[in-house]
Design a protein around this ligand. Structure first.
Ligand SMILES: [Zn+2]
Ligand SMILES: [Zn+2]
Length: 335
């Protein structure tokens, strides 16, 4: 099989021809159709996440079909379309796993970080952590639901019933969550980089009531906010614009330091929080919700061998929606 491999951090990925992986006990072999590119992949490639398996096929938003099964793996039929998310394995025994919080498992294995992922023609995955993909979504449009959508959804739930929600950084995740929030009757205030008028128009198209740049004040106080951009200073910016009781959630796995701020800004039962990973239950719930709304994803397609360019597009932020590697028909460009 062909794969785009991270040999060492802070180096471009290299195209490699590797032996086909074999599914072990309880694992399925997945013929990868599409794989979403996540900001987390950038943090892995750039060395901000320090302990990846190396060499590594990154990619944790895999949509593919079952092409084989290891011993005892009977959950999915051959040819069935499934998704493989970031959470690839948990221990089932630690205090987190046994209290419904497997997203916090001490020994979790993550797809495209501890385990080889979907920047490849084939992948293997523990069948217990995969889920079916709702019909009606082409492969490429389903891929961003698997992390950008799903972990963003977990962050949105942490906001409780906040009505006026701020989204800082309008990329792959926010473009999905904006639709969920609007569907739930929340009022969305979207913040982009200064001057990104295209991004602001895009946010309004997807249901945001207001869109502006992150150095602007929203027209009203926020009852909650999600910071998608990996910029710690935005946590305090959001806090300054928040109403009493607001929670400000960081949805990313890595962020620059959060600057200090006067306690009076936190006073009034405001809080800062992070969201980490996903549980299998999040996955089931969110995929059902996605097709019910239905969420429309905007994707920019790249062939597998252009994974470096796809990562660069996420790095630069000059991207409408989500970047996706497509194994189906390379070179089709954006849709
Ligand atoms: Zn555990
Ligand atoms: Zn991700």
């Amino acid at each position: 099989m062909r794969a785009m491999i991270l040999e060492r951090q802070r180096q471009p990925l290299a195209l490699a021809e590797l032996p086909d992986p074999r599914p072990g006990a309880g694992e399925v072999l997945v013929s990868v159709r599409a794989c979403g590119v996540c900001r987390t992949d950038l943090h892995i490639a750039d060395g901000e996440l320090t302990e990846p398996k190396l060499p590594l096929a990154m990619g944790h938003q895999i949509v593919g079909t079952v092409a084989g099964a290891g011993e005892g793996a009977e959950r999915f039929a051959e040819g069935q379309r499934i998704g493989v998310p970031w959470l690839g394995w948990t221990c089932g025994e630690c205090r987190y796993c046994t209290s419904g919080r497997e997203n916090l498992c001490d020994r979790a294995g993550f797809t495209g970080y501890d385990l080889d992922g979907g920047y490849a023609e084939l992948a293997v995955a523990d069948e217990r952590y995969c889920f079916p993909i709702p019909e009606g979504y082409p492969d490429e449009r389903a891929a961003p639901l698997l992390c950008a959508g799903l972990i963003g959804y977990r962050a949105l739930r942490l906001l409780g019933d906040a009505e006026r929600v701020g989204f800082y950084g309008f990329g792959a995740s926010a473009h999905i969550l904006c639709q969920v929030a609007a569907h739930q009757g929340r009022r969305v205030f979207a913040f982009t980089r200064a001057g990104d008028e295209e991004g602001q128009d895009f946010a309004r198209e997807l249901g945001a009531e207001w869109a502006g740049s992150s150095d602007e004040a929203p027209p009203e106080e926020l009852d909650g906010a999600i910071v998608f951009a990996p910029v710690g200073a935005l946590m305090t910016v959001a806090l300054r614009h928040s109403a009493k009781g607001a929670r400000i959630v960081s949805a990313g796995i890595h962020m620059s330091d959060i600057p200090s701020f006067p306690y009076e800004q936190l006073w009034g039962e405001r809080s800062l929080a992070s969201v980490a990973n996903l549980t299998r239950q999040d996955g089931e719930e969110f995929m059902a919700l996605a097709s019910r709304i239905p969420i429309r994803t905007e994707v920019a397609l790249h062939p597998l061998e252009a994974a470096n360019e796809a990562l660069d597009s996420v790095r630069s932020g000059r991207l409408k929606g989500a970047a996706v590697l497509s194994m189906g028909d390379p070179g089709r460009g954006s849709t």
